[in-house]
Design a protein around this ligand. Structure first.
Ligand SMILES: Cc1cc2nc3c(=O)[nH]c(=O)nc-3n(C[C@H](O)[C@H](O)[C@H](O)COP(=O)(O)OP(=O)(O)OC[C@H]3O[C@@H](n4cnc5c(N)ncnc54)[C@H](O)[C@@H]3O)c2cc1C
Length: 234
């Protein structure tokens, strides 16, 4: 992952992807004041008392005040990552249509250290780097050439006048797609607790780490108390 100096709030992920925080609403103080309305009170500034209240809300799992903060992300990720991402129903998605637009020839090719083997048993898998460098190299070549062939077939069909909605059916789950993700902080905590986690697939974990880094800039204290209370979604 790397920050793109040309675009604010954008983190590049993998060979063609990114997470871009385009917009947000709310702050640590918003969360406090959504809670304080219960007592018909309002805080003007964020002090140690407000920090203490955020910690209390997180510890006691008072969930709704966290929903007052909302983020809008632009995400470019492989389809297999997007598929996992869109299982998170508490959020809104709009995604590029391959029926209406020609998709770019962007597909996921892992770095060498991402070529791994699956060990262990169901419920207790772990993933270690593949031992043989020749296998790692041939895996990367296979992933690349198979996807390139699929895109070649896609373009041949388009040149022959076949509809995009049919031609796309040969495209691989490694192809990159773009989506907008609008999500509140409570649902985002749930997302990062599950996906920025060692049990999550490494590729979506990288995206979730980028989401967390960007969201933290908006509500730093919320993330401090999330961390301090074991990263459990309130
Ligand atoms: C490591 C890992 C492995 C996974 N493996 C699989 C797999 O093999 N197969 C598979 O199908 N999925 C799998 N999933 C997806 C997983 O089951 C969830 O669908 C996904 O993580 C979204 O979580 P969520 O429902 O908490 O999030 P959201 O859908 O965003 O929901 C947020 C919260 O809202 C509440 N909620 C939302 N919808 C309902 C509802 N219908 N009823 C009651 N409460 C609701 C729940 O409290 C939920 O936690 C996996 C996820 C992870 C992290």
């Amino acid at each position: 992952m790397s920050n793109d100096p040309a675009v604010a709030n954008l983190i590049n992920v993998h060979n063609h992807g990114h997470v871009h925080l385009e917009d947000s609403m709310g702050s640590d103080l918003h969360i406090v004041n959504n809670a304080r309305v219960s007592f018909d009170q309002e805080s003007e500034e964020f002090t140690a008392k407000e920090r203490g209240l955020l910690n209390f809300l997180m510890r006691e799992r008072h969930g709704s005040p966290w929903e007052s903060v909302v983020f809008r992300f632009d995400v470019k990720a492989p389809i297999f990552v997007i598929r996992e991402w869109q299982r998170h129903r508490m959020g809104s998605f709009n995604e590029q249509s391959a029926r209406y637009s020609v998709v770019p020839d962007h597909y996921y090719v892992p770095e060498t250290d991402y070529v791994r083997q699956q060990l262990g048993k169901p419920g207790a898998y772990h993933f270690d780097p593949i031992d043989d460098p020749a296998v790692a190299k041939s895996t990367i070549e296979l992933i690349e050439s198979t996807q390139r062939d699929a895109f070649d077939a896609y373009h041949r069909m388009l040149e022959n006048g076949v509809a995009k909605e049919l031609a796309r059916t040969v495209l691989p789950v490694g192809m990159f797609s773009r989506m907008k993700w609008t999500v509140n902080l409570r649902a985002l905590f749930n997302f990062v607790s599950l996906r920025h986690h060692e049990h999550a697939q490494r590729e979506i974990r990288d995206y979730a780490a980028a989401v967390e880094d960007l969201a933290k800039t908006v509500v730093p204290v919320a993330f401090e108390v999330f961390e301090a209370n074991g990263r459990v979604c309130p």
